[in-house]
Design a protein around this ligand. Sequence first.
Ligand SMILES: Cc1ncc(C[n+]2csc(CCOP(=O)(O)OP(=O)(O)O)c2C)c(N)n1
Ligand SMILES: [Mg+2]
Length: 415
Amino acid sequence: MKKELTRQQYLDLYYYMRLNRAVEDTMVKLFRQNKIVGGLYSSLGQEAISVGSAYALEKKDWLAPMIRNIGALLVKGVPPRDIFMQHMAKYDSPTKGKDGTSHFGDLDHRHIVSPISMLGDLIPVMTGVAMAGRYLGQKIVAMTWIGDGGSSTGVFHEGLNFAATQKAPFVLILENNLWAYSTPVRKQVPLEDLANRAKAYGIDSYIVDGNDVVAMYSTAKEAVERARGGQGPILIEAKTFRRLGHAQHDPAEYVPKEMRAHWEARDPITLYEKYLAGEKLLDAKNKKEMEDKIEALLGKEREFAENSPMPPAELAEEGVYCTGDDCHKIRAKWERPIAEVTPPKSSVAAVWTVPGFGSGKGSGGTNAPIHFGDAPVSAEKSAGARKPGAKILTKSAAKKTVKAEAASASRKARR
Ligand SMILES: Cc1ncc(C[n+]2csc(CCOP(=O)(O)OP(=O)(O)O)c2C)c(N)n1
Ligand SMILES: [Mg+2]
């Protein structure tokens, strides 16, 4: 680890990693008390990735977390109570109890796009966000995360190819935690370094130790600034390990003991504490103060969440379909003159005259006459000799109908 941040930044990274872990520890307790609705995923041992990469973004930038990126939500300023209530499907949660886990966003204030369960789908979505920001002149960067397993989906490749072709200001963090459910990465990807996937799309990539928060931050910061500077998308492979099972239901007995032991000895928070102590950035007193602060905060947040009611039954009927402005307001925030992207006004009036036919502004929904100078065709004539309701048949359909009619006639004759 190289010393290159301010003291406050070093301590912020520590605070968010500790908060990330404490929020998830609290949710494990809630889960065991049967207060969590649905599954509970863990980012134990991967906190440095969510925190270090999200900390590299500016306030105006956009991100879309996946299930193991609660740390990124905390860095963006989401209060822990929202995360608790969302997991408990409470009425005061961001989705009012209609969705669970970390499936919520905040488009207006924190620039968070809600996770999408289909792995990889956030890549084209966030590429679109990055392109929209560029179009509006906002100079933003969009970021999302994907797992080693998710990097084998079709949409990962389509999305990254699209981002690369469009030179979108987009940073993708590939969390290689060595497992996708019970599948080890070597059984689903014929590559040692998943960063090499970037080569297929002609974009740059980095490989970083995902358990070193300073390395994670510095690498992400460099990538974010390069993307913002117009160099196109960048892929960062963060090497790490999924310390628990896929979710609470999975004891992950398929993980070799030695592998687990190796990574447990490389806990990102313990490693960082050693670094901070060595650099005299954190002593026992500061550490205790921070722990007390987190404990007090989470005590309050958890109490609020537990006291929030479950949603009323009638709410199930509301908000099923988007009703436009009453549902949500999305307005483009132009930060460049709109005239720059508006085509010049036409000098030709949108009215035309056809010699011998008159002038008009458009069909107004009526049929065009067949020949110039035709009188309007009456409804009867245009229906022709066909009986009302009769279908026009193609040759082959007509043949089939004749056959079917003949078969039905012979059936009737036999009866
Ligand atoms: C397209 C798609 N296929 C399958 C799933 C089911 N699924 C959810 S998480 C997961 C494993 C993901 O592994 P990885 O991408 O390595 O992420 P990790 O859980 O290790 O963070 C799978 C298969 C899904 N959500 N989307
Ligand atoms: Mg994985």
